[in-house]
Design a protein around this ligand. Structure first.
Ligand code: SAJ
Length: 407
């Protein structure tokens, strides 16, 4: 295949995808509006850490991948720009997709293929994207495909190669062509369906996980009220062949699971009781953590908030991504209650993004009496001995010794 593929949006999804395609021998140009990002990628500097990404980057560079701010005249476009939700209506905000599609329409060749990997709420390609194409009279020439990404931060490279994929296309022949492109690196099943079903599948997957985590979080609250060990209950219940409860935690972060269910709530407010309740339960977890901190402070007569240290700013273990992180949600809630001065440390977050953020673990430990484990990085697992003298609130169930407070 000699086609040129232009990947638009070089973030958490677009970059690994572009690199993987280039590694597989496809001619790839990566485009992003962020000039600084393009410059640093062109100089060989990665913008985020991810297992296996450096090696993949090196292979893609050897194979000639290019980075630029310009959209290219290409045969295939892959769009991986963010799709946030509007705060009040909870509906998708498609502004980044719309502006990227308009830029593609300005230059694209006849019969090129536009693959949207960004998460779209069901029906939003019909609602927002088709009209843009039809308005230009290019309806016959630009083929839209929806191939939502499904990779998990922390294991992206493996999942790019091994997760099944879904391709939504109007024309099955175009679907087959796109399938061949992804099959250059994806070893798993690639299913072709229509565009609306592909949109819905993606949202359903993340909503399923959100609801399951909410169930675990609700169990954690019930077990706290009845003084039972939620982890033991879940461990035993999961031995049943048809039960698979996820783990409770300090909240749900990231740019996917805490966002996508809102699209369904925004579009179907009368039909989404379970999904809305799950979202509310997960969003309530930082407040639950706050109450647990208060309990511990009272029990130990600690009244100085600066003696508390939050370990972990990333939304989950072993990534440096802080988007919608439970720690940031907790800090926001503390701030609203004038609870300033809590200390924060994350070994993977090397940019200072909050006040009282430490860059050195030992300095952090020297300043605090209570450590709240918000993220289960491997780093804390290897350093258990160092925290044993502290009061510990472990919201991730990683400390397995006596005297540790849990959710
Ligand atoms: N979490 C829990 N308990 C659990 C599992 C997760 O509290 O048992 C929390 C995490 O700590 C984190 C949040 O949920 O704060 C989300 O983390 P995650 O690892 O479950 O998922 P993401 O957001 O990193 O990635 C998800 C994945 N979706 C599914 O597993 C269905 C990924 O495959 C998608 O590609 C990604 O969303 C996306 O981009 O949509």
């Amino acid at each position: 295949m000699n086609d040129i593929t232009n990947v638009i949006g070089l973030g958490y999804i677009g970059l690994p995808t572009a690199l993987m395609l280039a590694k597989s021998g496809i001619e790839v140009v990566g485009t992003d509006i962020n000039k600084e990002l393009v410059e640093s990628l062109s100089q060989g500097k990665l913008s985020f850490a991810e297992k296996g990404l450096e090696e993949l980057f090196a292979r893609a560079v050897t194979n000639g991948i290019k980075f630029t701010c310009e959209y290219q005249k290409a045969d295939i476009y892959i769009l991986a720009v963010p799709t946030p939700f509007e705060n009040y209506s909870k509906k998708i905000d498609p502004k980044y997709v719309i502006s990227a599609v308009n830029a593609i329409l300005d230059i694209c060749k006849k019969d090129s293929i536009l693959i949207i990997e960004s998460t779209m709420s069901p029906g939003s390609i019909d609602k927002y994207i088709r009209p843009l194409i039809n308005k230009r009279g290019l309806g016959q020439n630009l083929n839209i495909v929806h191939a939502p990404e499904r990779i998990i931060p922390g294991n992206m490279i493996y999942e790019l190669e091994n997760n099944s994929r879904v391709i939504g296309a109007d024309d099955p022949k175009v679907g087959e062509k796109v399938k061949k492109l992804y099959a250059r690196f994806c070893k798993s099943e690639i299913i072709i369906t229509d565009i609306r079903s592909a949109e819905m599948c993606k949202i359903v997957e993340n909503t399923y996980r959100d609801v399951n985590i909410a169930f675990a979080n609700e169990l954690a609250k019930i077990c706290r009220a009845t003084n039972m060990d939620v982890y033991e209950i879940i461990r035993i219940a999961n031995k049943h062949p048809r039960v698979n409860i996820l783990q409770p935690g300090p909240g749900v972060g990231g740019h996917c699971i805490s966002v996508d269910p809102w699209f369904l709530v925004g579009d179907y407010p009368d039909l989404t009781n379970l999904i809305l309740t799950a979202r509310k339960i997960n969003d309530s977890m930082p407040t639950h953590v706050l109450r647990r901190i208060r309990d511990i402070m009272r029990e130990h007569n600690i009244y100085d908030i600066s003696k508390i240290g939050l370990y972990g700013l990333a939304y989950k273990e072993n990534v440096d991504d802080t988007r919608e992180s439970p720690t940031l949600q907790l800090l926001k809630r503390m701030d609203q209650h004038l609870a300033f001065g809590v200390k924060v440390y994350d070994p993977l977050v090397t940019k200072r993004i909050v006040p009282h953020q430490f860059m050195n673990f030992e300095d952090f430990l020297n300043e605090i009496e209570i450590i709240v484990i918000m993220t289960a990085h491997d780093h804390i697992k290897y350093n258990m001995e160092l925290i044993k003298g502290k009061l510990i609130l472990d919201t991730r169930n990683v400390c397995h010794f006596d005297g540790v407070y849990k959710l």
